[in-house]
Design a protein around this ligand. Sequence first.
Ligand SMILES: [Zn+2]
Length: 426
Amino acid sequence: MDLIVRNATLPDGRTGLDIAIRGGRIVEVAPRIAATAPEEIDAAGNLVTPPFVDSHFHLDATLSYGLPRINRSGTLLEGIALWGELKPLLTHEAVIERALKYCDWAVARGLLAIRSHVDVCDDRLLAVEALLDVKRQVAPYLDLQLVAFPQDGLFRSPHALANLKRALSLGVEVVGGIPHFERTMADGTESVRVLCELAAEKNLRVDMHCDETDDPLSRHIETLAYQTQRLGLGGRVAGSHLTSMHSMDNYYVSKLIPLIKEAGVAAIANPLINITIQGRHDTYPKRRGLTRVPELLAAGVDVAFGQDCTMDPWYSLGSGDMLDVAHMGLHVAQMTSVEGMRACFRAVTETPAKILGLQGYGLDIGCNGDLVVLDAANPIEAIRLRAARLAVVRRGKIISRSPAAHAELNLPGRPARADFRLNSRA
Ligand SMILES: [Zn+2]
């Protein structure tokens, strides 16, 4: 054995298990494994999970907060305009440096797979080439999946379609889109058709920014489900954001959700960003803007939560912590039942892994030797505490360690230490 994790509790509640890794793969999961290994981790009853997965991010824009200025209105449209100001100023080296720094943060948070959109509307394809470089550099410790994203509109931006095809030929592997940003509803509909046909022809996955608006009549998700079903792309297509569903008529949604399910389209909500950007034109009451997560889940649709932005033209906070994302999703969608809270944990682990099509993900025998030991007893406590990642393991090697969170107290008649845990270690 190369590494054994002792006395783990798994996300499904099984406890007292050892996990043995050899040759980069999990070879045994059982109580008290007799073998020894040069490296062992005592999980001490803590939660051990497969790594976090972010199904929606923008690595080309990340950590650029304040460049060249700050988004004053906080809206999506000012963010897009601001990104347009920054784009001509980008350099290959600076994009790589910021992206690598974010990947360091991700690893420290146990986030070992990211799907990142990359803007293809810059004719130089500078960000595409930079992120392809980053993808190669981080491959030993992080899976980076890139989406060709026509930020300024497939038809609205003059060379977007040609650039998108060039990006795919350079090695970008997912087809993106932004139908709600095209000039007209009709152009948006046509963009979905063209992009889905391109994906079908090239046998690629699709992930579109879709209906990221408060307009209840923005219904490109209907077209995305239709094209997915028509072209047999089920299981390979995701609709990101889908925030207009928050504002849609209930009767229409009662028809729409079964169509999404039938087509095999997954939904990716971005709770931190949706709660911040949507509802900006409202007075009071203000809409939350998050898509209908519990209802989609109840219909059997795969729903993941993404980080989307960290310190960029759209969002001034963020740290690569998918537990932060799950925490916000849980609150905004009011998923406070025990099952709801557990679903929020799955929305940043196994569900996005399925959406990305990650191979060897999980804690079963034969899976990749990738896992995270959390300072928490179970997924709910992990979300509540945004628990410390005590150890992060990739292919059987420890790549990051963090101390447990606690405070030293100085109170009369009280213990010297508060560790925020309620569920004791086993
Ligand atoms: Zn996005």
